[in-house]
Design a binder for this molecule. Structure first.
Ligand SMILES: [Zn+2]
Ligand SMILES: [Zn+2]
Length: 229
């Protein structure tokens, strides 16, 4: 009996060790990935602020040193680096965003999230403009008609893998990334006008575009368009 119990405990312990061996490294890899994504987001935001304040175009290539005043330093005061390697983050432009020098997986996730975020922002702006212009869900809109700068998550309206905006799209479907199927596997989390979307990011076409109060954001976009002329 005693022997059986210790065997059972031994087996249980072996299972715990095996499970830990599988999941602990996964957990660590995820923590490193999240730290890197955090760094990348911070680099991108700092570079964007730097460009806006200095009136530089978003396709200007910058070294992280150039806008270090906008960055929070790492724990030891040195610039933050990706915990999956030793290479520092290198030069980039806002249009394409920064890249991780140590992990292709980190880049894949960062770029996918970036594209989905941009698509969601472009879609929200298109709905706002569609509503202001009396369009319906089945109408198409060309994102180029909408002034970039007021509505976008990153203010580029472009997939981080490309340089052109998203092609024209039907308001009910939202924009489509021509560069990666993965970027279209899910729509981005809708930005601002959440009432137009269900929890999966699909448009709620039961709502009339024109009936919904679009107040401030559509007014902003229209105003911005006018002031640019
Ligand atoms: Zn990384
Ligand atoms: Zn994309």
């Amino acid at each position: 009996m005693k022997k059986n119990l210790s065997t059972t405990l031994g087996v249980a312990l072996a299972i715990v060790v095996a499970v830990a061996a599988i999941f602990v490294p996964q957990h660590r890899a995820r923590a490193r990935r999240d730290a890197c994504l955090n760094n990348l987001r911070q680099l991108e935001g700092a570079a964007m602020s730097y460009c806006l304040e200095n009136k530089l175009p978003f396709d200007k290539t910058l070294t992280p040193e150039a806008f270090s005043a906008y960055l929070l330093p790492g724990r030891d005061g040195a610039p933050a680096i990706c915990p999956s390697g030793t290479a520092p983050y290198s030069s980039f432009n806002v249009l394409h965003g920064p890249r991780c020098p140590n992990s292709t997986e980190h880049n894949r996730i960062f770029v996918t999230k970036g594209c989905r975020g941009e698509k969601a922002a472009v879609w929200a702006a298109a709905l706002s403009r569609g509503a202001a212009r009396g369009l319906s869900w089945t109408d198409s809109i060309d994102p180029k008609e909408i002034t970039i700068g007021f509505y976008c998550g990153k203010c580029t309206g472009t997939c981080p893998l490309g340089t052109n905006g998203y092609p024209p799209f039907v308001l009910a479907s939202g924009p489509h990334c021509p560069l990666s199927a993965e970027h279209n596997a899910a729509q981005g989390h809708p930005w601002r006008n959440g009432e137009f979307f269900d929890k999966h990011g699909n448009a709620n076409t039961n709502l009339s575009l024109s009936a919904v109060d679009t107040n401030s954001w559509s007014v902003w976009i229209e105003r911005r368009t006018q002031s640019n002329h």
